[in-house]
Design a protein. Structure first.
Ligand SMILES: [Zn+2]
Length: 228
């Protein structure tokens, strides 16, 4: 009888896992892209020419705390290949009270990165081809995550100009200053991502992308040889 009950339990678990599963802590779940979620992203982050199958994406619900310690519910879409890592990273940040201000689908900003970044939104999937190519950016593959984007801008200095994204992040270019939501080498956010094999854009040489964590080029090529 006991064996039978265990078997039923395993069966129920397996059935449940097909739809979504909650990996321990309340508030942290991974699901397939439901028709309801698809309706929210279609033509926005999931553009009409997107060749990445929906089966390769996952919808995550996470909890996060702002700088005042208030808990918020967040949602994110990322690749199935990093979904459990990203869930565990957010769980680690939440449990430690590492502040993350906003975690909303970029679709709430009409999939416009600049607007999402100005709002300090953390996000992952936003499909696009790399300009003038058939390559897909790592955000387009759901293999890169941006955290606390206003305070951790993308900075590229050329002969003529400094390119800053979001353009409103001028105050946060000087990384010797201290300010809220700043990501630093060795902090918890850095550790949780890098110990799972992610690279941090704050360590790049040619440009800096302090908000950005991504899987390696080798891994992305392995997963998507046609698009990388
Ligand atoms: Zn990024």
């Amino acid at each position: 009888m006991k064996k039978f009950m265990v078997a039923i339990g395993v069966l129920l678990l397996a059935f449940h896992a097909h739809e979504s599963f909650s990996a321990g802590t309340e508030g942290f779940t991974i699901s397939e892209i439901s028709p309801e979620i698809f309706a929210r992203i279609q033509g926005k982050s999931y553009k009409d020419n997107c060749p990445i199958p929906l089966e390769d994406l996952r919808y995550l619900r996470v909890l996060h705390k702002d700088i005042n310690g208030n808990t918020h519910e967040g949602e994110m879409i990322c690749s199935v290949h990093i979904a459990s890592d990203v869930l565990e990273i957010f769980r680690g940040l939440y449990e430690a009270g590492y502040p993350v201000e906003r975690v909303r689908l970029v679709d709430e900003y009409d999939a416009d990165d600049e607007t999402s970044m100005r709002d300090n939104n953390s996000s992952c999937f936003n499909f696009r081809f790399i300009t003038h190519s058939t390559r897909i950016s790592k955000h387009g593959l759901g293999l890169a995550v941006d955290i606390n984007t206003l305070y951790n801008p993308y900075i590229r200095v050329t002969d003529k100009e400094t390119i800053l994204e979001p353009s409103t992040a001028g105050e946060y270019v000087d990384r010797t200053k201290s300010f809220p939501y700043k990501i630093e080498k060795g902090d918890l956010c850095y550790k949780l991502f890098t110990e799972r094999g992610f690279e941090w854009g704050g360590e790049w040489k040619s440009l800096k992308d302090y908000q950005h964590f991504e899987v390696s080029d080798e891994r992305a090529k392995e997963l998507y040889p046609d698009y990388r």
